[in-house]
Write a protein that binds this ligand. Structure first.
Ligand code: PEP
Length: 250
């Protein structure tokens, strides 16, 4: 069965609750595409108003982060149950900005992935190399390691439902998009790695996004690649251009 594309916006630390509602109202008529699952990953404080504003549309609301414990003395964190109770379906795990600025590691990514599955939240698991790693020729090795650790103790059926976002760090927020060849090559390597960990069926089912300066002009070619099942979009997800990205095939 063909994999359905999934295009997710990552708002990062942008949009107050009232701005979030305004943006969803602007974007909702522009992001209608039955061929695509459309997800807006928004700051924690925007989740409830965003879900309210997205009611009756095809937009599904996701979170940008989640802690791996159930509850308790973890000041400032947000629990899986808080997300599910609010109606969140997806959560970004291990974005490179969280790894760089908030000390997330492959091990905490794995804990969060397991916890998300335990609560029925689909993780969007981020991986990606630095420019130095790309220049050193270790991209695939590095990404395989990230994937292997992220999926420790994850079952095949859980893995089949997961989303992986391949985001070369040098392409995030820089305007530098990976070439379609580079993006396809790594996304294929990720799928091969999933086949090795699990089996061909799981690898066929899992959805792999590309992220890194995706724009309305780069989206059609990127998303036409055999192993790229959509995108994780930062900057452009805050603009009407996101509608063009979601409707890349129209
Ligand atoms: C991101 O934050 O995941 C991202 C890909 O950002 P941008 O599209 O702005 O490069």
């Amino acid at each position: 069965m063909a994999r359905k594309k999934i295009i997710a916006g990552n708002w990062k630390m942008n949009m107050t609750p009232s701005q979030a509602v305004e943006l969803i109202n602007t974007l909702k008529p522009l992001v209608v595409n039955e061929d695509v699952d459309v997800v807006f990953c928004v700051p924690a404080i925007d989740i409830i108003p965003a879900i309210e504003a997205a009611k009756g549309t095809n937009i599904v609301i996701g979170a940008e982060n989640m802690y791996f414990e159930e509850k308790g003395a973890f000041t400032g964190e947000i629990s899986p149950e808080m997300l599910t109770d609010a109606g969140v379906k997806y959560v970004i795990i291990g974005h490179s900005e969280r790894r760089e600025y908030f000390a997330e590691t492959d091990e905490t990514v794995n804990k969060k992935v397991l916890k998300a599955f335990e609560h029925g939240i689909t993780p969007i698991i981020c991986c990606g190399e630095t420019l130095t790693q790309r220049e050193q020729g270790v991209t695939i090795d590095f990404i395989r390691q990230q994937i292997k650790i992220a999926f420790l103790n994850v079952t095949a059926s859980q893995a089949a439902s997961a989303v992986i976002a391949y985001e070369p760090i040098w392409a995030i927020g820089t305007g530098k998009v990976a070439t379609t060849k580079q993006a396809q090559e790594v996304c294929k390597a990720i799928r091969d790695c999933i086949a090795e960990i699990y089996d061909a069926e799981t690898a066929e089912a899992i959805r792999i996004q590309y992220g890194g300066s995706v724009s309305a002009s780069s989206a059609p070619e990127l998303f036409a690649q055999p192993d790229i099942d959509g995108g994780l979009v930062g900057g452009a997800s805050l603009k009407p251009d996101f509608g063009k990205i979601v409707c890349y095939n129209k």
